[in-house]
Write a protein that binds this ligand. Sequence first.
Ligand code: CP
Length: 316
Amino acid sequence: MNYTSIKDIDSLSEWVKEALKIKKNPLKHKKLGKNKTLGMLFFNPSLRTRLSTQKAALNLGMNVMVMNFTNEGWTLEFEDGAIMNSGASEHIKEAAAVVSQYCDIIAIRAFAGLVDKEKDNAETVLAGFMKYATVPIVNMEGCTGHPLQSLADAITMEEHKTKHRPKVVLTWAPHPRALPQAVPNSFVEMMQKQENMDFVITHPEGYELNPEITKDSKIEYDQNKAFENADFIYAKNWSNYNDYGKITNSDPNWTVSADKMKLTNNAKFMHCLPVRRNVIVTDEVIDSENSIVIEQANNRTYSAQLVLQKILKKIE
Ligand code: CP
């Protein structure tokens, strides 16, 4: 069993229920991971994913090995048949097979380069490990998805919803750097699995996400209109998917402000973090009682623990 995409969740409502059970008693399965090792390979920086996934593994009694691949590992070649007479020192074929001998589960973070859309959509690093590793793979944020984050988001919304069918708005917000689409992609995929939520995506025209992911999700280009009566506002920046990886809009009018939050139904504010204060969201909103970003980050532990627990049960 791998966990590389929201598609790997068979029943979101059941998974959320199970995660909330784990949250009540996180050490209940302390023996499940005894003598099992989680290898965490980072090709990009992290705070929450690194620490919450490690904590989840420790809660299950696992050993954990962490490697910052970019500055500690050999540069990897991913192309089959490559003549490796320059650049990369090691082929993914050996690297994945070798790491599989040391670890029972391999978790990988490898962001989009945002230069070559086709290459990013192919998830070169993640797919390379999936092809050549002989143990389960967990996606700690790839080029096109961040399924541990979105599972944590689903857990958080379940805890904070106050009505049967809440309105959830995913809003684009400005950012000075070009960011990948991984978080919003997985959030959209997770929302499509929600049975009782009214979901709207709002972003400037031209900032459409991959239509193969958004499918028939509702898009409202007027942010104020989208915010009306919302119960959850989920803010995130992403770079342009059509004009791939470019920043074609940095309009500060899209920043989530107290005035915008007034349009909502006293909505909870969510963001995956890290967040640029007073760019994505004003201090007033993120510091308000309605901001649940810290609880959201806490739930990263339980989403990771649920995933690791499910995999450990399969490989027992
Ligand atoms: N939300 C999230 O994945 O945080 P990190 O990038 O700090 O891991």
